[in-house]
Design a protein around this ligand. Structure first.
Ligand SMILES: Nc1nc2c(c(=O)[nH]1)N(C=O)[C@@H](CNc1ccc(C(=O)N[C@@H](CCC(=O)O)C(=O)O)cc1)CN2
Ligand SMILES: Nc1ncnc2c1ncn2[C@@H]1O[C@H](COP(=O)(O)OP(=O)(O)OP(=O)(O)O)[C@@H](O)[C@H]1O
Length: 204
């Protein structure tokens, strides 16, 4: 691994350690606070792409439950079983089944998956992206798979970036000054970051 990879890994490790130190009760309160922020900013009945959190990630499920109850639509990503690493998208409701990924510590939706372009054929959507940290220019540090970077590179190539509003979701203390972690040419930029405190729109 090069210097950049090592520096990203160090910041990932710090954030993961801090997240692990939180108790279940603190995580629950943060998930509820996150829901209140998202409920204020996401129009009822709109289309949202989100994620099923791993145990230490910001818990968007309270928001998703509220959004679905008010007529919203939710799609979730699944790691596709294709040769090249990519995500596919599954329409989701609270009753829909999930299954454990064979390798990653992830629950994923079951049922038919679609390419991102097919999801967007139904109209533009808001995408909530899991992240370990975001800098105030909108650069996102993810788990290190490069899945979302590839997804947005593909949307860019297809001329469909404008169909997706990308908001990263992080916990308290995870919006960092530029330079705290290195940024590479392939790293996507999000237009906003959501924390349990507030929505912060970023100047790209
Ligand atoms: N909840 C959630 N779903 C998601 C993502 C995510 O970050 N969070 N992904 C975002 O791309 C995709 C799956 N990619 C992932 C890539 C790596 C790891 C991961 O945890 N890797 C670590 C193992 C855990 C650890 O060491 O703490 C690793 O490989 O070192 C998880 C998901 C799609 N779904
Ligand atoms: N557009 C792309 N095409 C091919 N490979 C890519 C692309 N974007 C990123 N990658 C590769 O993916 C790997 C992980 O990148 P990075 O560390 O930025 O992941 P991340 O954004 O933190 O992960 P994730 O999006 O899965 O949460 C790197 O090896 C990188 O070269």
């Amino acid at each position: 691994m090069g210097e950049i990879g090592a520096a990203k890994r160090q910041v990932r490790g710090r954030v993961r350690d801090a997240r692990r130190a939180l108790g279940a009760e603190a995580r629950r309160r943060l998930g509820d606070a996150l829901a209140r922020v998202l409920e204020e900013h996401v129009p009822a009945g709109s289309r949202v792409a989100a994620y099923l959190p791993m145990p230490e990630e910001p818990d968007v499920r309270p928001f998703l439950a509220h959004h679905l109850a008010r007529g919203g639509e939710v799609a979730l990503p699944r790691v596709a079983e294709t040769a090249e690493p990519q995500l596919e998208w599954v329409d989701w409701t609270l009753e829909a089944p999930t299954r454990r990924h064979p390798v990653l510590p992830l629950d994923e939706p079951e049922g038919p998956g679609r390419e991102i372009e097919r999801l967007l054929d139904q109209g533009p959507l808001l995408m909530l992206l899991p992240a370990l940290a975001v800098d105030t220019r909108g650069h996102r540090l993810g788990q290190g798979g490069g899945y979302y970077d590839r997804l947005f590179a593909r949307l860019d190539a297809a001329g469909r970036l404008t169909d997706v509003a990308a908001w990263a979701v992080v916990g308290p203390g995870e919006v960092l000054p530029p330079g705290t972690f290195p940024v590479e040419a392939h790293d996507l930029q999000v237009e906003a970051v959501v924390t349990p405190e507030r929505l912060r729109r970023l100047v790209l």
